[in-house]
Design a protein around this ligand. Structure first.
Ligand code: UGA
Length: 441
């Protein structure tokens, strides 16, 4: 099948590549010439396990091509997949300018029937906006060409995006036209083999499904973080509580790990946008605003513990920071808890020696040569002359450090763990003072 993807960011690139992998003819379009030039040379703009090899292979076989030519893009695919960004506006609502500009481009160039497939996370009602903008653009051209708009949200997790696409839990197809459901079902047949994963529904419900999923997951995390803080006051161990509640099938073990807050490009943005949508409709979404507030507070938890431990004397102290990305297996630092911590430490006069297996270049891009921040090439380099260690991202390399070495290297022999990676008893036995989230130490 012929497919055009608008936007070669995270979602667009993974979607295009996976659709090419199963034999489709995919053309990816982006307005960023530099990005397209690089992709044509096999250089991909993000780190995602397995993606680079897949892009190269499909590109070599000619199934995956890249262009900046809008006319060529619209001519190419029966399916015109919209995977451009919807960054938050100043008031928290999703900024639709890129989505609408793609819709306009499609309507300006199309000469025959097209299915516009929206993969970007967009507020409920966007498909209707896309439809009326396209109708108006076509009318201005004096063209009478049929098209359909489908909401087909993506549920990829960074770090596991390829397997999430190839073996999805569900494929949501939101459309008010049965003809389009059939076309989308055909497109997704290769990913719908072992059992039925396609869930067809109306457009608005599909748009809301995406927000509902992310908001539910964010709620689970904030709930656990709230309980972790409470457990500290009560002298209870949140890790034991987690096991205790996770064993109830209705609750489950997933997404109930307490920590130093959720980050990334999705949860913070989507919770805010849904809350904003509610507000615009005159509805106060109490739970959503609490989820967000709890998370913002949680991102400061490690700093508070550090501040307390050192009696506010942070000036001149050196902190090793392990983990910059918002979660393992990505170089993405958007809304990462590491940023809140490192900025607070530096503001308090400390130096931060940070290491991350993938996000060093991204940190350099964000912070340049920020005073007080030293980017280190290894986790042991970050420990050189450090007073204390802070662990913020649960990369596997951090799971089992040599505690005796840590005790020798750290001047204050203290570890602040934002991901509950270690056993308090083990650190105590090694002579280290240990702070974590919601556990007695
Ligand atoms: C999230 C969703 O999980 C995907 O299903 C969705 O498609 C995606 O957003 C999106 O909307 O595009 P992602 O942002 O890649 O995926 O990351 P997650 O694995 O969900 O982690 C988000 C944050 O929650 C991370 O900072 C992680 O450390 C934190 N987290 C996760 C916890 O603090 N505790 C947990 O138990 C789980």
């Amino acid at each position: 099948m012929k497919i055009t993807i608008f936007g070669t960011g995270y979602v667009g690139l993974v979607t295009g590549t996976c659709l090419a992998e199963v034999g489709n003819d995919v053309l990816c379009m982006d307005i960023d010439q530099q990005k397209i030039d690089k992709l044509n040379q096999g250089i991909i703009p993000i780190y995602e396990p397995g993606l680079e090899e897949m892009v190269k292979e499909n590109h070599q076989f000619g199934r995956l091509r890249f262009t900046t030519d809008a006319k060529m893009a619209v001519d190419h695919g029966l399916f015109q997949v919209v995977a451009v960004g919807t960054p938050p506006d100043e008031d928290g609502s999703a900024d639709l300018q890129y989505v609408l500009s793609v819709a306009k481009t499609i309507a300006e160039h199309m000469t025959e029937y097209r299915v516009v497939v929206d993969k970007s996370t967009v507020p409920v009602g966007t498909a209707d906006k896309v439809k009326s903008l396209m109708q108006k653009t076509l009318a201005d051209r004096g063209a009478d060409i049929e098209f359909d708009v489908v909401s087909n949200p993506e549920f990829l997790k960074e770090g596991a995006a390829i397997s999430d696409f190839m073996k999805p839990d569900r494929i949501i197809i939101g459309t008010d036209n049965p003809r389009t459901t059939e076309l989308l079902k055909a497109l997704y047949t290769p990913f719908n083999r072992s059992h039925e994963r396609i869930i067809a529904m109306d457009v608005r419900s599909a748009e809301l499904t995406k927000y509902a999923a992310n908001a539910m997951l964010a709620t689970k995390i904030s709930f656990m973080n709230e309980l972790a803080n409470l457990a500290e006051h009560l002298g209870a161990d949140i890790e034991q509580v987690r096991n205790g509640i996770g064993s109830d099938g209705r609750i489950g073990y997933h997404f109930i790990y307490p920590g130093c807050g959720y980050g990334g490009s999705c949860f913070p943005k989507d919770v805010k946008a849904l809350e904003r949508t509610a507000k615009d409709l005159g509805y106060q979404a109490e739970l959503l605003s609490a989820v967000e507030r709890v998370n913002d507070r949680q991102k400061h938890v490690l700093f508070r513990k550090i501040h307390q431990h050192f009696n506010g004397q942070l000036k001149g102290k050196i902190f090793a920071l392990w983990g910059l990305s918002f979660k393992p297996k990505t170089d993405d630092m958007r809304e990462a808890p590491s940023r809140v911590l490192l900025e607070a430490l530096i503001d308090a006069g400390a130096t931060v020696q940070a290491f991350d297996p993938e996000a060093l270049a991204e940190a350099k891009r964000i912070y340049g040569s920020k005073a007080g921040l030293v980017l280190c090439k290894s986790q042991s380099e970050a420990l050189e002359n450090a007073d204390a260690l802070c662990v913020v991202t649960e990369w596997k390399n951090f799971w089992s450090p040599d505690f005796a070495q840590l005790k020798l290297k750290l001047k204050e022999a203290v570890v602040f763990d934002g991901r509950n990676l270690y056993e308090p008893k083990q650190l105590k036995a090694a002579g280290l003072t240990y702070y974590c989230i919601g556990r007695p130490v």
